[in-house]
Write a protein that binds this ligand. Sequence first.
Ligand SMILES: [Zn+2]
Length: 89
Amino acid sequence: MKAKNALTTGEWSAPHAVQVKEEYGTLSFYMLSYTKGIGAAIKEAGKRSEVTCEFCGAPGELRGDKWTYTLGEEHKDKKRNFSEETING
Ligand SMILES: [Zn+2]
């Protein structure tokens, strides 16, 4: 079955993410279809994203107040500066 047909009929046999993004400092998955075990894998990835720097993969933690990011020591000021630049033009 072609992918386009599987999407329209719902007969998708593989996990299919329609969107993966950072939300409140952690990964969020929006799935079109699930398979056995994928829920646990997504949950684990979400947990790891809470302790992994989103820039370099080093150990990190949730930082920030208005905007929250998971960042390690090396990059802890990176997103804060980016947000201020965006706000201040
Ligand atoms: Zn980092």
